[in-house]
Each structure stands twice: as C-alpha cells, then as structure tokens.
Design a protein around this ligand. Structure first.
Ligand code: ADP
Ligand code: MG
Length: 468
C-alpha cells in the first residue's frame, strides 16, 4: 500500500507541470492506485463523473508520467470506488503535498462582484450592447438582448447560438452589464460553463454543494456562456437542470449561449433541451462584408488609427470566418503600424492573414479555447482573468506585487511563446522599455526553477491561452 501511494505521489508530481496545479487538485483528489502489473496501471476514482474526464483528457498524460517510473506499463484503466471519496489510507493527501491555489487569487482581489449584486469574473468593459454593431445576421439576437435588459424575465430562457467569435459573449456580457445598470439591486450572475462546472465539482468535494446552489439560485438573472461544455458532465448537468428549473419557475431570467441550437445538443437530457426550446432561440451568424468593414472602422477609430478603405476592405473580405479573427488581423496590423512604423500594404495584411489562418482551422473541437490566433491582447485578457486583475492594472504603472508578477508573466509568455518584439511587449505593458522586458523574462525563468506554483501557473496559462 505504501509503495503504491509513493508511486502515485511520484506520478502526480511528474504530471503537475503538465496539467497545472488547479487541474491536479480538482481531478486527482482522493484518487489512488488500485493495482499495477502486467502492463496495466489501475487507477481508482472517487466519483463516477470523474471517469469520462479522466478517460478522455487525462489517461495519456497519466500513462506517460507512470512510464517514467515503471517502463513496463502500457495502459491505464479506471475503476470507481466510492470509498475513496472522503479520503482513506489508499489515497494521497494532496493538500499536504500540493498547496491549494485554485484559482490563484492575489491578496485583496475578490474573485467575484463587479458591482454590488453583480456576480461574475471580470466583465470586459468593451462588451456593451451599445458597442455591438448590428447587421441582419445578428439583429434579432441583439434585439432580444435589449429587450431582456429592459424587462428581465420577458423572453425566458433566451438562448443564443452561433459559431466561435461571432459575438455571443459580447452580447451576454453587455446584457449582464445593462441589467445591472438599470437596476443595481438585481443579482446578476454571469459565468462561463467552465466556472459552473468547477463550482459544482468543488461543491461536491468540499461538501458545500448547498452553498454553491444558493449562489446560483438566489440570482435574479442567471447567464451561462457556452453551455455546450456542461453537456457530457452528468452531475453538472443535473445540478444545472435543477437550478434552471428553480429560477425559471419563479420567473427569473435565464440567458444561455451555445455553439449549437438546442436540438443539436444531443448530450443534453431531452427534458433540458425541451426547456431550452420553450423560450426564445436566436442565432448569430457572420455579418456581411459591409458590416465587417464597419466593425473594422469602428475598432480602428477606437485605437486611434485610420487605415485606407482598401486595407479595411481587404481585411474584411479575407477574414470571413469570425469577428474575432477580423479583430486579430486588425490588431496585428495596428501593431506593425505603431510599433515598427510599417505602413500597412495589402501584402503585409495578407502575410498576417496567412499566419492566423492555420491556427484558426485546427482548434475547433476541444479544449474550449476559441479558434483564433493568440495575440498579445488575448494573452493580457487571459492573464488578467486568471489573476482577477483588471487589464488596465496589468498594463498600467502600478508597482504593487499583485500587479508585478502577472505583468512579468505576460512579458515572459509574450516573448518566449508568442515571440513578439521586446519593444512591442514593453510598449503595450505600460510604456516600458525593452530592458524591463528582458529583466522580466530572466526573472520568471529563474523563479520557475524552484517555484512549483509559478510553474503550474505558467503551464495553466499556456494551455488556457491555447498555446499548446
Ligand atoms: P463568441 O462568444 O461568439 O465566440 P465574442 O463575443 O467573444 O464571440 O466576440 C469576439 C470578438 O468580436 C469580441 O471582441 C467582440 O467584441 C467582437 N464582436 C463580435 N460581434 C461583434 C459586433 N456585431 N459588433 C462589434 N464587435 C463584435
Ligand atoms: Mg464566447
């Protein structure tokens, strides 16, 4: 038994830098080696709904790590043993070996609450209904959001679906903000389905599911973004169903987004799908060329740069898969223009497009990272999300520790993974010169060698941003 426990701890340690500490603590708590021999490592899981996740996402990483210690292994098998659920002599006490860091919160930065009553991880200030450019392809969705923002409960549930990067999150966050502005007493809860899943799992593990339930059920407005990721997690789906019913039946507004219409969400229980279908279902599609040019014009105006109509038209014509892609191309064009003093030509824009498109193609299945080229802007967004630190602080001048470390992490990732020019990185992150960036990169590299937590953060971020 002790041997198995030691081996399991070794394997977990080996895996940690690859999957990050938060994942490790979530999915490996109260797990154990049940048997090992004849090439098979048999892993015990404490709860049935872990099975699916382990089998699809963690099996190969687990095997690779185990092979380091026992090269004869060639397969991982799972069994559910409820006796493990509260920890017993077979399980490794994770908390003792890996300090809890999930999600990493810096001192004084509460995870939730944007204003009183508003519960959400950071809302993007740019995502307002006013700034949403309306076209025939999204008019109905926008109108439905405006209506719900004025009269919560009036279109219930409101279900918005459409492909990646077409404005669903923008609409949902804009609606959340507006409802809250109209009536600050309303409790508005905005979460991505990943946050919901995490909450439920934590609730189950820490026997605090009632607390989690009440967080959601006290909402006046519940907004869940990218609901499709709850689909194959039975227990979470079940929790969601009950929460949904509780709110729906008392006339509380529920707003959902998904990449598919309800009828195509096959992994959802039919009773849940038919509940979705009872409300208002609207789609968002890629706007026409004219609207795309309009979006580009607006965005470059916000950035204080004007490009010739030919350039804007060229970008709009070529970047025809998602608005996010459109914005990615524009952002990079602006960066070239501002930082390297290169006046954009059609040739330059087409090179940028070529870099972006291959990434766009490969990433549509899983993980749920949206298909797009990773830009410095997105990296900043992710890091600020991760540390619950407003992007403005990250890019600002504060020398507080809680800003410094995340800022250095952005610099490190921007340099080593995105391979961006030092000058650009420095400039975007608070007008700093390139020596500051070099210093930051060295520091992080140095610190990572003996700070496992930092290493875990970097790994988690690399994955979240979609760099692996
Ligand atoms: P989704 O959630 O559908 O994947 P997002 O809401 O994240 O897409 O949108 C991607 C980007 O495109 C965001 O920066 C958003 O502000 C922008 N965007 C999408 N549609 C519009 C629109 N109609 N007007 C202005 N910006 C838009
Ligand atoms: Mg989205």
């Amino acid at each position: 038994m002790t041997n198995r426990k030691d081996l399991w701890l070794d394997i977990l340690r080996e895996m940690e830098p690859k999957i990050g500490r938060a994942q490790l603590l979530t999915w490996f708590k109260n797990t154990a080696i049940k048997a090992s021999g004849e090439g098979v490592l048999r892993v015990g899981l404490p709860l049935p709904f872990f099975l699916e996740w382990h089998a699809t996402h963690l099996a190969s990483i687990t095997l690779a790590a185990a092979q380091k210690f026992d090269p004869t292994l060639n397969q991982v098998e799972y069994e559910v043993d409820l006796a493990l659920a509260s920890g017993n002599e077979e399980t490794v006490e994770l908390g003792r070996h890996f300090e809890d860091v999930k999600p990493r919160k810096l001192p004084g930065k509460p995870e939730v609450k944007v204003g009183e009553g508003m519960i959400a991880r950071m809302l993007n200030p740019r995502y307002t209904l006013d700034h949403f450019i309306v076209s025939p392809e999204n008019r109905l969705a926008h109108a439905a959001c405006l209506r719900v923002a004025r009269f919560p409960g009036s279109l219930n549930p409101l279900f918005i679906y459409g492909g990646v990067g077409l404005g669903k999150t923008h609409l949902l966050q804009g609606t959340a903000r507006e409802i809250h502005q109209n009536d600050p007493k309303k409790r508005v809860v905005y979460v991505t389905s990943e946050v919901f899943v995490n909450d439920v799992i934590t609730g189950i593990q820490h026997q605090s599911i009632n607390h989690i339930r009440s967080k959601y059920r006290q909402a006046d407005v519940l907004i869940v973004d990218d609901i499709q990721f709850i689909a194959n997690k039975d227990r979470c789906q079940e929790e969601f169903f009950h929460t949904f019913n509780a709110l729906f039946e008392t006339g509380k507004q529920v707003i959902l987004s998904s990449d598919q219409p309800p009828a195509h969400l096959e992994l959802f229980a039919p009773r849940l799908r038919s509940r979705f279908e009872a409300g208002m279902i609207v789609d968002v599609k890629m706007p026409d060329l004219e609207t795309r040019i309009e979006i580009l014009r607006e965005r470059s105006r916000q950035a204080g740069v004007m490009f010739t109509p030919e350039i804007l038209e060229y970008i709009a014509a070529k970047a025809d898969r998602s608005i996010r892609m459109l914005e990615g191309v524009l952002t990079q064009t602006i960066a070239k223009y501002e930082l390297e003093a290169i006046n954009p030509t059609l040739q330059l824009v087409s090179e940028i497009l070529e870099q972006i498109q291959p990434e766009e193609k490969q990433s549509s299945i899983f993980p749920p990272s949206p298909a797009m080229a990773v830009t410095l802007e997105r990296l900043i967004e992710k890091v600020s999300d991760y540390f619950t630190l407003p992007p403005a602080d990250l890019c600002g001048n504060s020398r507080l520790r809680e800003c410094l470390l995340p800022r250095q992490i952005v610099m490190y990732l921007a340099k080593t993974r995105l391979r961006l020019p030092l000058a650009k990185i420095g400039q975007t992150l608070g007008q700093r010169n390139h020596t500051t960036v070099i210093h930051a990169v060295k520091r992080i590299e140095e610190q990572m060698k003996n700070d496992r937590q930092l290493l875990g953060d970097i790994n988690a971020l690399t994955r979240e941003v979609g760099l692996v």
